[in-house]
Design a protein. Structure first.
Length: 234
């Protein structure tokens, strides 16, 4: 998690706009990484933390004041358990409302200033990185796998004839090498086609038969196939 701070315009009293900028120049931003979730309000006590850091703001820039790893607090357990930052979670189940990510404490201080008219506003930008190490194959995001079965591909197998041949998708499989589409002839005559994920996407995109039948024209009817990552048309 990262927190970035930038001076913002104070609409409380526009007359004090210049004074607000002067106050920003004297402001101190105190932060401390906090792995627990049992404190809600920061204050002057943060100054005595052994991991506290102090920052000053830039009048015309965005400055990072917090850069820390977050941890999960399992508040349903007794005592509360704080997991390491590299903990793996099963993404097939809900995170739950009692499991909370930790963060950081934040305290803005302007030494020598007590009048509220002079208090500036601060814009905070909070960034959180979330990484998925392994997909949950048992929890698919759509019904594509069931919808693709039964889709048809119409091709002209022979250049000397305009007769079309219909192939139907009978299987869509996911393996270590990628995704695979298997099609068989609809008329019952033995014959099948196998396409990789990229090959079948190009069959759909270019409306051709790809590596079969000399890449002749083909018409696909069915849900839009999955597009390979980083694929670009040629």
């Amino acid at each position: 998690m990262r927190v970035k701070a930038q001076p913002s315009y104070n609409a409380y009293n526009q007359t004090y706009n210049t004074i607000n900028l002067d106050a920003v120049a004297a402001m101190q931003i105190w932060t401390a990484s906090d792995f627990s979730t049992n404190e809600n309000i920061s204050g002057t006590s943060i100054l005595s933390y052994n991991n506290a850091r102090v920052h000053t703001l830039s009048l015309n820039g965005v400055k990072t004041v917090v850069n820390t790893a977050v941890r999960i607090n399992q508040n349903t357990l007794a005592p509360r358990t704080i997991l390491p930052p590299g903990s793996w979670l099963d993404t097939s189940t809900d995170f739950g409302t009692q499991n909370i990510y930790s963060g950081a404490q934040f305290f803005a201080k302007m030494p020598g200033v007590s009048a509220t008219n002079y208090l500036p506003e601060i814009q905070l930008i909070i960034e959180v990185d979330c990484e998925f190490k392994q997909p949950g194959f048992q929890n698919r995001s759509s019904s594509f796998e069931s919808a693709i079965v039964g889709a048809t591909l119409s091709v002209i197998p022979d250049a000397s004839s305009e007769d079309r041949r219909i192939y139907k998708v009978v299987a869509y499989t996911i393996n270590d090498n990628g995704n695979n589409y298997r099609l068989v002839r609809e008329d019952g005559v033995p014959g099948f086609l196998n396409y990789s994920e990229q090959e079948f996407w190009e069959v759909y995109y270019y409306r051709t038969s790809g590596s079969y039948f000399d890449n002749r024209q083909a018409d696909y009817t069915g849900p839009i196939p999955r597009r390979p990552q980083d694929w670009q048309p040629t």
